[in-house]
Design a protein around this ligand. Structure first.
Ligand code: G3H
Ligand code: 13P
Ligand code: ZN
Length: 307
């Protein structure tokens, strides 16, 4: 099955009130774990590659690994650039076969974000590629785009931004943040703001970044086996379920994959100190990714059986 763009995936998700999972990938085991979970749940899948992941694995390697996955699946799969920092990187990914790109101009002043996003949209749409943009700032750090303080998305500005740029989906800031340390006090999202944005943009697919739940079983397992992941907290699963009913069609998950893999590898090392064959510890790590993603698809995103 060849790669597809997200149009029909999001159309169905919007209508039926669920979200598609967008999972960050940077190596073979992560891709295999996600694809196995998708196959078992018969769920649509978005594989996304950050600028940092692309630098780590190399674009050719990552695209070829995903092409290998496509040879073995009937699932609809989108290949997406996560947090594209500039036009050139978006162009390189579009030219290299990605079916969707994000241009992240959220750190720029409004007019500059519009100009950059519109430039990427013009290039992408000529080639049939989907464009996600971001308005408002989501706290946290990606390799190439940094935001120190969250600025929530203004609903009226969101409408104007979409009309003037022609972007196909929009990442909104409503209280999520990247990484494993999301909330100091109560975990809460600004749902009235999300509802307002959805009302102003009927039928338009929204995106929620920073949506890992930071399962405490992984945090505890990391810490039990020599890690120091103190005070990590994510977005409660019921809040993510609710977002899926309010126009959010794509939910981004990276940190939970990292935690699942690392917890499994730490445990393996502690229990098998004499082993040194990477296959021995990467196999259970891949299985841990699969089980975690299966849980998300089925119990959080609601997209089991929607492929
Ligand atoms: O949104 C950020 C993702 O978790 C990507 O993180 O830039 O470290 O690959 P990264
Ligand atoms: P998490 O850090 O919550 O997994 O968010 C990932 C993300 O938004 C990727 O763009
Ligand atoms: Zn993100």
């Amino acid at each position: 099955m060849p790669l597809i763009g997200p149009k029909n995936m999001f159309g169905k998700a919007y209508k039926e009130g669920y979200a598609v999972g967008a999972f960050n990938v940077n190596n073979m085991e992560i891709i295999q774990g996600i694809m196995q979970a998708g196959a078992e749940e018969k769920a649509p899948i978005i594989l996304q590659v950050s600028a940092g992941a692309r630098k780590y694995a190399g674009q050719n390697y990552i695209v070829k690994l995903i092409e290998a996955a496509l040879l073995e699946t009937e699932l609809p799969v989108v290949l997406h650039l996560d947090h594209g920092p500039d036009f050139e990187l978006c162009k390189a990914c579009i030219d290299g076969g990605f079916t969707s790109v994000m241009i992240d101009g959220s750190h720029l002043p409004f007019e500059e974000n519009i100009a950059l996003t519109a430039k990427v949209v013009a290039y992408a749409h000529d080639r049939g590629v989907w464009v996600e943009a971001e308005l408002g700032r989501i706290e946290g750090v990606e390799d190439d785009v940094k935001a120190e303080k969250s600025v929530y998305t203004d609903p009226d500005q969101a409408k104007e931004f979409i009309e003037r740029t022609g972007c196909d989906s929009l990442a909104v800031a409503i209280g999520t943040s990247h990484g494993a340390y999301k909330f100091k006090g109560d975990a809460k999202l600004d749902f009235p703001r999300l509802e307002k944005i959805s009302e102003l943009l009927p039928g338009y697919p929204l995106v929620l970044h920073g949506s890992s739940s930071v399962p405490q079983e992984f945090v505890e397992m990391c810490n039990k086996y020599g890690g120091r992941v103190g005070g990590a907290r994510g977005v409660p699963e019921d809040l993510l379920r609710k977002a899926g009913t309010l126009g959010v069609c794509k939910i981004n998950i990276d940190t939970d994959i990292r935690l699942a893999m690392t917890a499994s590898i730490r445990k393996y090392f502690a229990e098998h100190p004499a082993d040194f064959d990477p296959r021995a510890y990467l196999k259970p790590a891949r299985e841990a990714v699969k089980n975690m993603v299966r849980h998300k698809l089925k119990n959080v995103l609601g997209c089991s059986g929607k492929a």
